[in-house]
Ligand binder design. Structure first.
Ligand SMILES: Cc1ncc(COP(=O)(O)O)c(C=O)c1O
Length: 403
């Protein structure tokens, strides 16, 4: 009798360097699952074995066999293989949200008594995670200025085990010099974890730039339709088993329906990103010309403070940008956002739709890229026709003027 109902088969790479082709074929059903274009969505918890011996044998290979719903399924394996291929990683571990992926990457890397350096421009809930969870476990967290390498160099301690970067930052769009950061951290025995959600594996490859682990809020562009939650930790070979064991010990598994939606989203990532990029570039250039706008932060603009780094390390730009109007009070930016018709007011980004948020970003260790106290408008530029988006923004400036 067979040792287990299903054995994991690593899905071979698509055999081409063209990402358009790889996106369509990465994670395609193989072996016993071949025949359908999309892998079947496996709903299960328990798997029945023909004998105790078969059950025990399968558990010696718990990440390579179908043994229990929490530790893997063909739907999740397909998504993991596709993401490994795109990011150039050894392993991909899936979790139910982007924040859960950040938690997994940090927690599997750190122990009580360790010190971690986290970019001050980080997605704000990560600061809560650091202060409310990691600190409680005896992990010392320090926030660093993402743009000041010499200040960062002086912050390392003998027990610094990790540096956490988010590049570009999702609110203020600072780009970090990842090769320099990795060289600095590695020389001091610390690993580098990078949130690559903005760029996606299509436009930046942090592992190739020297990083050790990459996290994605798959909820954004990978899923791409604002209809599923997902996070992933991608790592180099020497860290992979540490991440997977921690994941298995803590039980944070992704559901099959969200994994199937993420696989479907991946197939169109390239075409979606091309339109996000074209629309966001037009919107950012248009905003730059407006008398009401003080600054626009979008890495593909020549005026972006780290535009040269973006040109060196990225192969494209996505749909998220921030601008600061002048003057920029809360009343005025809120009136602008309220007047928009096509940009929904909502958290998150990376879906097909346009979104807006207003915020007063705050820092503990670094200056903001614009004068303190000024409110910012963050736009996620979606896939709508560019003329409609510009018309909508234009009429919202009228509300901003009157506020
Ligand atoms: C840059 C970045 N990382 C991580 C996350 C967290 O993702 P999730 O909402 O899936 O937990 C977000 C969410 O907005 C984000 O913008």
């Amino acid at each position: 009798m067979d040792a287990a109902p299903l054995k994991r088969q690593r899905i071979p790479h698509a055999g081409t360097e063209h990402v358009e082709t790889r996106l369509l074929h990465a994670g395609a059903p193989q072996g016993a699952l071949a025949g359908t274009v999309a892998p079947p969505t496996y709903h299960f918890s328990t798997v029945i074995y023909p004998s105790v011996a078969a059950y025990e044998a399968a558990h010696h290979d718990r990440f390579g066999r179908l043994i229990y719903g929490r530790v893997g399924s063909p739907t999740l394996w397909a998504l993991e293989d596709a993401l490994c291929e795109l990011e150039g990683a050894h392993d991909a571990v899936l979790v139910p949200s982007g924040l859960a992926a950040i938690h997994l990457a940090l927690s599997s890397s750190l122990s009580a008594g360790d010190h971690v350096l986290v970019t001050d421009a980080v997605y704000p809930p990560v600061k809560q995670l650091c202060r409310n969870v990691l600190a409680r476990w005896g992990i010392e967290v320090e926030f660093y200025d993402p743009l000041d390498m010499s200040a960062l160099a002086s912050r390392f301690k003998p027990h610094t085990r990790a540096v956490y970067a988010e590049s570009p930052a999702s609110h203020t769009l600072e780009i970090q010099d990842l090769p320099a950061l990795c060289a600095l951290a590695h020389a001091r025995g610390a690993r580098v974890i990078v949130d690559n959600t903005w760029a996606t594996p299509l436009f930046q490859k942090p592992l190739a730039l020297g990083a050790d682990m990459v996290v994605h809020a798959g909820t954004k562009y990978l899923v791409g339709h604002s209809d599923a939650m997902m996070g992933v930790v991608l790592s180099r070979a020497d860290m992979a088993s540490q991440v997977r064991s921690f994941w298995s010990d803590t039980g944070s598994c992704m559901g099959p329906d969200d994994a199937a939606l993420a696989l479907r989203g991946l197939r169109t990532l390239d075409v979606r990103l091309q339109r996000h990029q074209a629309n966001a570039l037009r919107v950012s250039q248009w905003l730059e010309q407006r008398a009401e706008v003080a600054r626009v932060f979008y890495p593909a603009l020549a005026s972006h403070p780290q535009h040269a780094l973006w040109q060196r390390d990225f192969s494209g730009a996505t749909g998220l940008l921030t601008f600061v109007p002048k003057p920029s009070s809360k009343t005025k930016v809120d009136a602008f956002a309220d007047a928009l018709q096509l940009f929904g007011i909502g958290a998150s980004w990376g879906g097909f739709e346009s979104l807006v948020l207003t915020a007063l970003p705050q820092r503990s260790a670094a200056p903001l890229p614009w004068p303190a106290g000024q409110y910012a408008v963050r736009l996620h530029v979606g896939l709508e026709h560019i003329d409609d988006l510009l018309q909508d923004l234009d009429q919202a400036f009228e509300a901003w003027r009157c506020a």
